[in-house]
Ligand binder design. Sequence first.
Ligand code: GRF
Length: 197
Amino acid sequence: MQNIVILISGQGSNMAAIVHSAAREQWATRLGARVAAVISNRPDAQGLVFAREQGIATEVLDHKTFATREDFDAALAALIARFDTPERPALVVLAGFMRILTPGFVARHAGRLVNIHPSLLPAFTGLNTHQRALDAGCKVAGATVHLVTEELDHGTILAQAVVPVLPGDTAALLAARVLSQEHLLYPRAVAQLLSNL
Ligand code: GRF
């Protein structure tokens, strides 16, 4: 069995989409994997409520209580390691996790650390992707699932989804259109990665 550990900071709708897909598509029997834990760096993350309702183990690791980024990441790595199984280390899925991870953390989880970014990478790394896509006059936008490397939003691209930019779009409208595709894309990409690991 391989455990999936999902890291969130907010509403966790991508996390919920993965949890629903895992149940619906019987990842436990088909892929030998299950969502074992949801970890948030924010105590008030809305997604924690959903995860608890689903009976998934939840943990809060408040980054504000750590003196340095290295200390926080070391504690996070130790927490994640509790979900390694004798057969396999945990797959770590970033889902709206708003923290930059240290090179040490990334190296330790290399190849089993994935993220979803709300742009068509390599365009628009970083924040405010939707407004930046509108300001640039893009005709399409989208989301990218990628392996996490030391450089922010730069790892190997695993999957992408494209949506149109429509006349009259605002950042909020575009974000909602992209997010609805993220919910299809991310579970599919994670399932694919699990079957390749
Ligand atoms: C998503 O758009 C994701 O791509 C970005 O932050 C948003 C998180 O949404 N990194 P949610 O917490 O999964 O609902």
